[in-house]
Design a protein around this ligand. Sequence first.
Ligand code: ADP
Ligand code: MG
Length: 268
Amino acid sequence: MSEITEGINPPMITVNELTKTYDGKVDAIRDISLTIAKGEFTVIFGPSGVGKSTFLRCLNYMVKPTSGEVIIEGESVGDLSTSKLLRLRSRVGMIFQSFNLVNRMTVLSNVMCGRLHSLSFLRALTYSFTHADHEAAIHALQRAGLEDDELYNRRSDTLSGGQQQRVAIARMLVQNPKIILADEPVASLDMKMQHTIMRLISDIATKDKITVVMSLHHLDLAKQYASRIIGLSDGQVAFDGPPESLSDDIIDKVFKIVDDKVIGTQDD
Ligand code: ADP
Ligand code: MG
C-alpha cells in the first residue's frame, strides 16, 4: 500500500512473490510482492518489455503466474473454482491500447457484451439482450461521453480512436467493476485525447470508488493522474510511491536513459 492510503482503505489486491516465466526461459516478472488498497489509482510504469502487461494479466489469471500468489479481497485467485474465477473476472473491467471491440458489431452491441457475464448461459450463447441490458448500455455510453445516439447503431470500426476507447469504457462500466485493469489505454491516441480519456477513467474511478491498475510508459501522464506509481525495471519493482516522490534523480538512476530522455517519456 502507498503512504497515502495505508491505514485508510482496506486492501483490494495483494500479490506475494509473483513470478511469470514464459516458456521456461523469459522471466517477465520476478518476485513481486505488494498490496494495492481499495480505491487507489496505481500506474505500473516502465519502458517496453519490463513486464507491465504480464503483471496486469496475472492479476486476474488471464496469464497464469509461474509461482506466487494473487489475493483479491481476501481470496486467493489461484484457488478459485472455475465458476468463482469467472464471477471475479466479471467484476474486473479491462481496457486495452487497441480497444478490443468487435469491429463488425454495432457500438450498442459491443457495450451490451459487457453484460454477458451476468446472463444465463443460453442467453449469452445467443446474444439475446433484454430491455434492461439496452438501457444499461445507453446509460454507460452517456457516462463515457458518447451522448450522440446516432453513433449507437454504427459499426464500432467506423468511430475514431477516442470514440472507440469510450465504447470500451462503456462496455467495462456495464460490468459494474470493482477493479479496472487498463493496459496502455491511451497509447494509440493523440495527446489531447490521451488527457481526455485519462480524466474520464480517473473521474469514473473516483465517483464509483473503483481500484485502478494501469500500465503506462508515459511518465508525464503517470505523474499527473496516478495516486501511486510502481516503476518496473527488468520485471522487478524499482520504485513504489506517490508521484511526488519520483524525483528526476530516481528516474535517472532507475530507468534507462536514451538521447537524454527516459525511455517511454517520448510520445508514441
Ligand atoms: P511490457 O508490457 O512492459 O512491454 P510484457 O509483459 O509484454 O512487457 O513483456 C515482458 C517480457 O515477457 C518481454 O521480454 C516479452 O517479450 C516477454 N513476453 C511477453 N508475453 C510473452 C509471451 N506470450 N510469450 C513469451 N514471452 C512473452
Ligand atoms: Mg505491454
